[in-house]
Design a protein around this ligand. Structure first.
Ligand SMILES: NC(=O)c1ccc[n+]([C@@H]2O[C@H](COP(=O)([O-])OP(=O)(O)OC[C@H]3O[C@@H](n4cnc5c(N)ncnc54)[C@H](OP(=O)(O)O)[C@@H]3O)[C@@H](O)[C@H]2O)c1
Length: 287
Protein backbone atom coordinates (compact mmCIF):
# COMPACT_ATOMS: atom_id res chain seq x y z
CA UNK A 1 0.00 0.00 0.00
CA UNK A 2 1.25 3.53 -0.79
CA UNK A 3 2.60 5.42 2.17
CA UNK A 4 0.26 8.28 3.09
CA UNK A 5 -0.16 10.83 5.85
CA UNK A 6 -3.45 11.47 7.63
CA UNK A 7 -4.69 15.06 7.50
CA UNK A 8 -6.48 16.44 10.53
CA UNK A 9 -9.86 16.03 8.83
CA UNK A 10 -9.18 12.29 8.44
CA UNK A 11 -8.34 12.37 4.72
CA UNK A 12 -5.17 10.60 3.56
CA UNK A 13 -2.57 12.35 1.41
CA UNK A 14 -0.17 10.10 -0.54
CA UNK A 15 3.40 10.90 0.53
CA UNK A 16 4.67 11.72 -2.97
CA UNK A 17 3.09 14.40 -5.13
CA UNK A 18 4.02 15.20 -8.72
CA UNK A 19 4.29 18.97 -9.22
CA UNK A 20 3.14 20.84 -12.30
CA UNK A 21 4.76 24.17 -11.33
CA UNK A 22 8.41 25.30 -11.67
CA UNK A 23 9.76 23.19 -14.56
CA UNK A 24 6.23 22.84 -16.02
CA UNK A 25 5.03 26.36 -15.20
CA UNK A 26 2.90 27.74 -18.07
CA UNK A 27 3.68 24.59 -20.08
CA UNK A 28 1.56 21.71 -21.26
CA UNK A 29 1.94 19.07 -18.53
CA UNK A 30 -0.23 16.39 -20.18
CA UNK A 31 2.53 13.91 -21.05
CA UNK A 32 4.49 14.47 -17.82
CA UNK A 33 1.37 13.92 -15.70
CA UNK A 34 0.33 10.84 -17.66
CA UNK A 35 3.84 9.36 -17.33
CA UNK A 36 3.95 10.10 -13.60
CA UNK A 37 0.56 8.47 -12.96
CA UNK A 38 1.38 5.44 -15.07
CA UNK A 39 4.63 5.09 -13.09
CA UNK A 40 2.54 4.82 -9.91
CA UNK A 41 2.18 8.38 -8.63
CA UNK A 42 -1.33 9.05 -7.30
CA UNK A 43 -0.93 12.59 -5.97
CA UNK A 44 -0.82 15.52 -8.40
CA UNK A 45 0.00 19.08 -7.35
CA UNK A 46 -1.43 21.87 -9.51
CA UNK A 47 -2.24 25.54 -9.06
CA UNK A 48 -4.19 28.31 -10.74
CA UNK A 49 -0.90 30.22 -10.93
CA UNK A 50 0.81 27.47 -12.95
CA UNK A 51 -1.48 28.27 -15.91
CA UNK A 52 -1.71 24.65 -16.99
CA UNK A 53 -4.66 23.14 -15.13
CA UNK A 54 -6.26 22.02 -18.43
CA UNK A 55 -3.24 19.89 -19.23
CA UNK A 56 -3.12 18.47 -15.69
CA UNK A 57 -6.74 17.38 -16.24
CA UNK A 58 -5.89 15.98 -19.66
CA UNK A 59 -2.94 14.01 -18.25
CA UNK A 60 -5.24 12.53 -15.61
CA UNK A 61 -7.73 11.47 -18.29
CA UNK A 62 -5.05 10.08 -20.58
CA UNK A 63 -3.51 8.02 -17.76
CA UNK A 64 -6.57 5.77 -17.72
CA UNK A 65 -6.44 5.63 -13.91
CA UNK A 66 -9.86 6.20 -12.31
CA UNK A 67 -10.21 9.65 -10.79
CA UNK A 68 -11.16 8.28 -7.36
CA UNK A 69 -7.78 6.55 -7.11
CA UNK A 70 -6.01 9.91 -7.43
CA UNK A 71 -5.39 12.79 -5.04
CA UNK A 72 -5.52 16.11 -6.88
CA UNK A 73 -4.52 19.48 -5.42
CA UNK A 74 -5.01 22.94 -6.83
CA UNK A 75 -4.27 26.30 -5.24
CA UNK A 76 -5.98 29.67 -5.15
CA UNK A 77 -3.98 32.25 -7.09
CA UNK A 78 -2.32 34.92 -4.98
CA UNK A 79 -4.75 37.44 -6.49
CA UNK A 80 -8.09 35.67 -7.02
CA UNK A 81 -9.35 35.86 -10.58
CA UNK A 82 -13.05 36.13 -9.64
CA UNK A 83 -15.07 37.95 -6.96
CA UNK A 84 -15.42 34.81 -4.84
CA UNK A 85 -12.97 32.04 -4.09
CA UNK A 86 -15.65 29.49 -4.94
CA UNK A 87 -16.00 31.03 -8.42
CA UNK A 88 -12.25 30.68 -9.01
CA UNK A 89 -12.38 27.04 -7.92
CA UNK A 90 -15.30 26.39 -10.27
CA UNK A 91 -13.16 27.70 -13.13
CA UNK A 92 -10.30 25.42 -12.02
CA UNK A 93 -12.60 22.39 -11.82
CA UNK A 94 -13.86 23.09 -15.31
CA UNK A 95 -10.28 23.30 -16.62
CA UNK A 96 -9.32 20.13 -14.74
CA UNK A 97 -12.45 18.31 -15.92
CA UNK A 98 -13.17 17.27 -12.33
CA UNK A 99 -16.15 17.59 -9.97
CA UNK A 100 -13.96 18.14 -6.91
CA UNK A 101 -10.33 18.45 -5.86
CA UNK A 102 -8.92 16.47 -2.98
CA UNK A 103 -7.09 19.48 -1.63
CA UNK A 104 -7.51 23.20 -2.21
CA UNK A 105 -4.81 25.47 -0.82
CA UNK A 106 -4.45 29.22 -0.42
CA UNK A 107 -1.20 29.59 -2.37
CA UNK A 108 0.03 32.67 -0.50
CA UNK A 109 -1.23 34.95 2.27
CA UNK A 110 0.21 38.18 0.83
CA UNK A 111 -2.81 39.74 -0.93
CA UNK A 112 -5.30 38.64 1.72
CA UNK A 113 -3.10 40.14 4.44
CA UNK A 114 -2.69 43.41 2.55
CA UNK A 115 -6.46 43.68 2.20
CA UNK A 116 -7.16 42.49 5.76
CA UNK A 117 -9.18 39.57 4.43
CA UNK A 118 -7.37 36.48 5.61
CA UNK A 119 -10.14 35.37 7.96
CA UNK A 120 -12.80 36.01 5.27
CA UNK A 121 -10.81 33.96 2.77
CA UNK A 122 -10.56 31.10 5.23
CA UNK A 123 -14.33 31.24 5.87
CA UNK A 124 -14.88 30.94 2.10
CA UNK A 125 -12.48 27.97 2.04
CA UNK A 126 -14.47 26.30 4.83
CA UNK A 127 -17.72 26.78 2.87
CA UNK A 128 -16.06 25.19 -0.18
CA UNK A 129 -15.11 22.14 1.89
CA UNK A 130 -18.61 22.01 3.33
CA UNK A 131 -20.05 21.94 -0.20
CA UNK A 132 -17.69 19.15 -1.22
CA UNK A 133 -15.92 21.05 -4.01
CA UNK A 134 -12.69 20.35 -2.11
CA UNK A 135 -12.40 17.34 0.18
CA UNK A 136 -9.71 19.05 2.26
CA UNK A 137 -8.48 22.62 2.54
CA UNK A 138 -5.20 24.15 3.57
CA UNK A 139 -2.65 26.86 3.12
CA UNK A 140 0.74 27.34 1.55
CA UNK A 141 3.63 29.64 2.43
CA UNK A 142 2.02 30.71 5.71
CA UNK A 143 4.06 31.84 8.70
CA UNK A 144 3.07 31.16 12.32
CA UNK A 145 1.49 34.65 12.43
CA UNK A 146 -0.70 33.93 9.39
CA UNK A 147 -1.76 30.57 10.81
CA UNK A 148 -2.62 32.13 14.15
CA UNK A 149 -4.93 34.62 12.46
CA UNK A 150 -7.06 31.95 10.80
CA UNK A 151 -6.88 29.57 13.75
CA UNK A 152 -8.52 32.20 15.98
CA UNK A 153 -11.96 31.33 14.69
CA UNK A 154 -11.49 28.57 12.14
CA UNK A 155 -14.01 25.77 12.36
CA UNK A 156 -11.87 23.64 10.05
CA UNK A 157 -8.18 23.63 10.91
CA UNK A 158 -5.95 24.00 7.85
CA UNK A 159 -4.77 20.63 6.69
CA UNK A 160 -1.49 21.35 4.95
CA UNK A 161 1.18 24.02 4.99
CA UNK A 162 3.70 23.73 2.22
CA UNK A 163 7.26 24.35 3.21
CA UNK A 164 10.71 24.51 1.75
CA UNK A 165 12.90 22.17 3.81
CA UNK A 166 16.28 23.65 2.88
CA UNK A 167 15.31 26.63 5.01
CA UNK A 168 15.26 24.36 8.04
CA UNK A 169 17.01 26.86 10.35
CA UNK A 170 14.36 29.47 9.57
CA UNK A 171 11.42 27.07 9.58
CA UNK A 172 11.93 24.69 12.48
CA UNK A 173 9.74 26.85 14.76
CA UNK A 174 6.96 26.83 12.16
CA UNK A 175 7.45 23.07 11.79
CA UNK A 176 7.00 22.62 15.57
CA UNK A 177 3.92 24.88 15.53
CA UNK A 178 2.32 22.82 12.75
CA UNK A 179 3.09 19.55 14.56
CA UNK A 180 1.48 20.94 17.71
CA UNK A 181 -1.65 21.98 15.75
CA UNK A 182 -1.73 18.69 13.86
CA UNK A 183 -1.15 20.41 10.51
CA UNK A 184 0.56 18.08 8.04
CA UNK A 185 3.55 19.63 6.31
CA UNK A 186 3.90 19.31 2.58
CA UNK A 187 7.33 20.23 1.24
CA UNK A 188 8.26 21.66 -2.12
CA UNK A 189 11.70 22.46 -3.43
CA UNK A 190 12.93 19.55 -1.34
CA UNK A 191 15.79 18.78 -3.72
CA UNK A 192 17.08 22.36 -3.60
CA UNK A 193 20.30 21.52 -1.80
CA UNK A 194 21.38 19.26 -4.68
CA UNK A 195 19.70 20.88 -7.71
CA UNK A 196 19.97 24.59 -6.82
CA UNK A 197 22.70 24.86 -4.22
CA UNK A 198 25.07 21.95 -4.56
CA UNK A 199 28.48 22.32 -2.92
CA UNK A 200 26.89 23.33 0.40
CA UNK A 201 27.48 21.89 3.87
CA UNK A 202 24.75 19.26 3.62
CA UNK A 203 26.41 17.44 0.69
CA UNK A 204 28.80 15.35 2.78
CA UNK A 205 26.10 14.17 5.16
CA UNK A 206 23.85 13.19 2.24
CA UNK A 207 26.71 11.31 0.56
CA UNK A 208 27.60 9.36 3.66
CA UNK A 209 23.95 8.47 4.37
CA UNK A 210 23.53 7.39 0.72
CA UNK A 211 26.59 5.15 1.01
CA UNK A 212 25.33 3.52 4.22
CA UNK A 213 21.78 2.98 2.88
CA UNK A 214 23.15 1.62 -0.42
CA UNK A 215 25.12 -1.02 1.49
CA UNK A 216 22.21 -1.85 3.77
CA UNK A 217 19.59 -2.06 0.99
CA UNK A 218 21.79 -3.61 -1.71
CA UNK A 219 20.62 -0.96 -4.22
CA UNK A 220 22.18 2.34 -5.24
CA UNK A 221 20.61 5.06 -3.12
CA UNK A 222 20.84 8.61 -4.51
CA UNK A 223 21.27 11.93 -2.72
CA UNK A 224 17.75 12.88 -3.85
CA UNK A 225 16.37 9.79 -2.13
CA UNK A 226 18.14 10.74 1.10
CA UNK A 227 16.46 14.16 1.00
CA UNK A 228 13.05 12.59 0.36
CA UNK A 229 13.66 10.04 3.10
CA UNK A 230 14.51 12.83 5.54
CA UNK A 231 11.21 14.55 4.67
CA UNK A 232 9.21 11.34 5.07
CA UNK A 233 10.76 10.74 8.49
CA UNK A 234 9.88 14.33 9.45
CA UNK A 235 6.27 13.39 8.64
CA UNK A 236 6.17 15.61 5.54
CA UNK A 237 4.57 14.81 2.20
CA UNK A 238 6.97 15.49 -0.69
CA UNK A 239 6.01 17.44 -3.80
CA UNK A 240 8.65 17.13 -6.48
CA UNK A 241 8.83 16.78 -10.23
CA UNK A 242 10.96 15.20 -12.91
CA UNK A 243 10.97 14.95 -16.67
CA UNK A 244 12.66 11.56 -16.38
CA UNK A 245 10.73 8.35 -15.75
CA UNK A 246 13.74 6.73 -14.06
CA UNK A 247 13.86 9.53 -11.49
CA UNK A 248 10.13 9.29 -10.83
CA UNK A 249 10.53 5.55 -10.25
CA UNK A 250 13.57 6.12 -8.06
CA UNK A 251 11.70 8.66 -5.92
CA UNK A 252 8.69 6.34 -5.62
CA UNK A 253 10.95 3.58 -4.30
CA UNK A 254 12.28 5.84 -1.53
CA UNK A 255 9.44 4.96 0.84
CA UNK A 256 10.63 1.36 1.10
CA UNK A 257 14.30 2.19 1.86
CA UNK A 258 15.66 1.57 5.36
CA UNK A 259 15.32 4.53 7.72
CA UNK A 260 17.92 7.22 8.29
CA UNK A 261 19.40 7.08 11.78
CA UNK A 262 18.67 9.71 14.41
CA UNK A 263 22.26 10.94 13.99
CA UNK A 264 21.92 11.24 10.21
CA UNK A 265 18.68 13.22 10.57
CA UNK A 266 20.26 15.50 13.11
CA UNK A 267 23.36 15.99 10.91
CA UNK A 268 21.18 16.97 7.91
CA UNK A 269 19.45 19.59 10.07
CA UNK A 270 22.64 20.90 11.72
CA UNK A 271 24.49 21.21 8.42
CA UNK A 272 21.41 22.50 6.58
CA UNK A 273 20.95 25.25 9.17
CA UNK A 274 24.42 26.61 8.43
CA UNK A 275 23.13 28.04 5.16
CA UNK A 276 19.95 29.97 4.46
CA UNK A 277 18.72 29.89 0.88
CA UNK A 278 15.11 30.36 -0.03
CA UNK A 279 14.39 29.85 -3.71
CA UNK A 280 10.64 30.45 -4.02
CA UNK A 281 8.04 32.89 -2.71
CA UNK A 282 10.69 35.06 -1.04
CA UNK A 283 8.31 38.04 -0.94
CA UNK A 284 6.03 36.24 1.52
CA UNK A 285 8.91 36.03 3.99
CA UNK A 286 10.20 39.55 3.29
CA UNK A 287 13.42 38.17 1.80
N1 LIG B 1 3.36 26.10 -3.03
C1 LIG B 1 4.33 26.75 -3.61
O1 LIG B 1 4.49 27.94 -3.40
C2 LIG B 1 5.28 26.03 -4.53
C3 LIG B 1 6.45 26.66 -4.93
C4 LIG B 1 7.32 25.95 -5.75
C5 LIG B 1 7.00 24.67 -6.17
N2 LIG B 1 5.82 24.09 -5.77
C6 LIG B 1 5.43 22.75 -6.24
O2 LIG B 1 6.47 21.85 -6.03
C7 LIG B 1 6.78 21.17 -7.26
C8 LIG B 1 8.21 20.75 -7.28
O3 LIG B 1 9.01 21.88 -7.10
P1 LIG B 1 10.52 21.89 -7.37
O4 LIG B 1 10.75 21.95 -8.81
O5 LIG B 1 11.06 22.94 -6.51
O6 LIG B 1 11.00 20.46 -6.83
P2 LIG B 1 12.42 19.91 -6.47
O7 LIG B 1 12.07 18.54 -6.02
O8 LIG B 1 13.23 20.76 -5.55
O9 LIG B 1 13.22 19.90 -7.85
C9 LIG B 1 12.75 19.22 -8.95
C10 LIG B 1 13.81 19.30 -10.03
O10 LIG B 1 14.89 18.48 -9.66
C11 LIG B 1 15.24 17.58 -10.72
N3 LIG B 1 15.33 16.25 -10.10
C12 LIG B 1 14.34 15.39 -9.80
N4 LIG B 1 14.80 14.29 -9.19
C13 LIG B 1 16.14 14.46 -9.09
C14 LIG B 1 17.20 13.67 -8.55
N5 LIG B 1 16.97 12.50 -7.98
N6 LIG B 1 18.46 14.18 -8.61
C15 LIG B 1 18.69 15.38 -9.18
N7 LIG B 1 17.74 16.16 -9.71
C16 LIG B 1 16.49 15.70 -9.67
C17 LIG B 1 14.14 17.63 -11.71
O11 LIG B 1 14.73 17.79 -13.00
P3 LIG B 1 14.69 16.59 -14.09
O12 LIG B 1 13.48 16.86 -14.91
O13 LIG B 1 15.96 16.80 -14.83
O14 LIG B 1 14.65 15.29 -13.36
C18 LIG B 1 13.27 18.83 -11.34
O15 LIG B 1 13.33 19.88 -12.26
C19 LIG B 1 6.38 22.17 -8.33
O16 LIG B 1 6.18 21.56 -9.57
C20 LIG B 1 5.12 22.72 -7.73
O17 LIG B 1 4.05 21.83 -7.99
C21 LIG B 1 4.98 24.75 -4.95
Amino acid sequence: MTLAFTLNDGARIPWLGFGTGTALFNKDSTEAVKTAIQAGITHLDGAQLYRNEESLGQGIKDSGVPREKLFVTTKLAETPSAPTIKATLEVSLKKLGLDYVDLFLIHSPVVAMKEGKLKNWWKEMEDIKQEGLAKSIGVSNFTIEHLQIILEDATVVPAVNQLHPYVWGATSKLYDFCKEKNIVIESYGGLSSIVRASGGPVDLVLASAAERLSKESGTTVSLGQILSKWLIQKGAAVVTTSSELSRIQETLSTASLPDLSVDEISAIETEGSKVHKRFFMKHVFNE
